[in-house]
Design a protein around this ligand. Structure first.
Ligand code: PLP
Length: 390
């Protein structure tokens, strides 16, 4: 039945189980471990012969509620919560990759995902090929008999390139390659990659899912079998599980995701159009603009264009940095999806793990600025941008 609810209803009710006390809101199970009534019972739980909780690194009722909710929203069989978005990236990849395997990944990804792909996976004997996933032929050509995973974000952090999930997943599936999509910028409300053919979805739940800037968290979604492997083979031993308190905060934050996203998207569209018409702006990267490379997929693959915009000013780097420092209402900080509107400079901040040459190859210019449009009134946000231009 939960699968048939509209997503706004799922956000409030999916995954919730009535509490015996009658509490409206699920209690927080802030407990590291769970007691057994006898030594034999403990043995049965460890052996998997009896259901029940053991130890929070292996499972916790509060965290499980969050996992059930996100699985329903993404249209996945199951989900696992992780300690950060990076724990979600590493867990998803380590669930599928072993020494001697090969992965094809987008050349433009969040900076720490880039360093995980290019520095850490090769240390474990995994070969990595980076491609521009706008070019489906290049993706196809990069796949070899050793390829196990195709990994990309869409829209891309930081420059909002949009990749065709259905087309890329179909190419991967033909070669028995698993497609993993980082859906952080969209959330399942704007885009459901599994319904478009992807095998797994990952999130930095730090961003829109929680939405209040007070938690670091991640999520992975996929089939029962893959999530079981991720939880009991990777997360169990690598240990990057989410704290129940943070899971509880995300459960609270997610109830308002639908209404928050409406404001984020409407304001971002308005601000992107304002920037596009400004004489001091060289280029705006926002999928909701007609001239954006991914605009034809808005309304199809993705319901709306989201709340993140990137742009370049008609000035040198020093001028761009001076513009950022001039802002009063926009806050200089990395992250996105919060109530507060944020601005950051990818080349020196989120994408500093790239070398300048690697950034250039990935289409991330040194002048690029990235903004996350918050929940303030868009007129106030535009007025602040305007005063920083003058
Ligand atoms: N994926 C994307 C697209 C991100 O933007 C980020 C962080 O900004 C991450 C993953 C990593 O998430 P976290 O910071 O929660 O570890």
């Amino acid at each position: 039945m939960q699968q048939r609810w509209k997503q706004a209803t799922q956000l409030v009710h999916a995954g919730h189980e009535k509490d015996p006390s009658g509490a409206l809101v699920s209690p927080l199970y802030q407990s590291a471990t769970f007691t057994f009534t006898s030594a034999e019972q403990g043995g049965r739980r460890f052996a998997g012969d009896e259901p029940g909780y053991i130890y929070t690194r292996l499972g916790n009722p509060t965290t499980n509620e969050l996992e059930r909710k996100l699985a329903v929203l993404e249209g996945a069989e199951a989900a696992a919560a992780t300690a950060s978005g990076m724990a979600a990236v590493s867990t998803a990849l380590l669930t599928h990759l072993s020494q001697g395997d090969h992965i094809v990944a987008s050349h433009a990804v969040y900076g720490c995902t880039y360093s995980f792909l290019t520095e850490h996976l090769p240390r474990y004997g995994v070969e990595v090929t980076l491609v521009d996933c706008k070019d489906a032929d290049a993706v196809k050509a990069a796949i070899t008999s050793k390829t196990k995973v195709l990994f990309f974000e869409t829209p891309v952090n930081p420059h909002l390139d949009v990749y065709d999930i259905s087309a890329l997943s179909a190419i991967a599936r033909q070669q028995q390659v698993v497609t993993i999509v980082d859906n952080t910028f969209m959330t399942p409300l704007l885009q459901q990659p599994i319904k478009l053919g992807a095998d797994m979805v990952i999130h930095s739940a730090t961003k829109y899912l929680n939405g209040h800037g007070d938690v670091i968290a991640g999520m992975i979604c996929g089939s029962e079998a893959v999530i079981e492997k991720a939880k009991y083979e990777v997360l169990k031993d690598f240990g990057g599980v989410l704290s129940p308190h943070d899971a509880w905060l995300i459960l609270r934050g997610m109830k308002t995701l639908d209404v928050r996203l409406s404001r984020h998207c409407a304001s971002a569209q308005r601000i992107a159009e304002y920037l596009q018409n400004h004489s001091q702006v060289e280029k705006v990267y926002y999928p909701g603009l007609n001239d954006h490379q991914g605009n034809s997929l808005v309304g199809k693959q993705m319901k709306q264009a989201g709340g993140v915009i990137a742009f370049e000013l008609r000035c040198d780097l020093a001028g761009s940095i001076a513009f950022v420092n001039q802002l009063k209402l926009w806050t200089i900080a990395v992250s996105l999806g919060d109530a507060e509107s944020l601005i950051q400079h990818p080349a020196s901040m989120t994408h500093s793990p790239y070398t300048p040459e690697q950034r250039l190859a990935a289409g991330i210019s040194d002048n690029l600025l990235r903004i996350s449009v918050g929940l303030e009134d868009s007129e106030d946000l535009i007025a602040d941008l305007e005063q920083a231009f003058t």
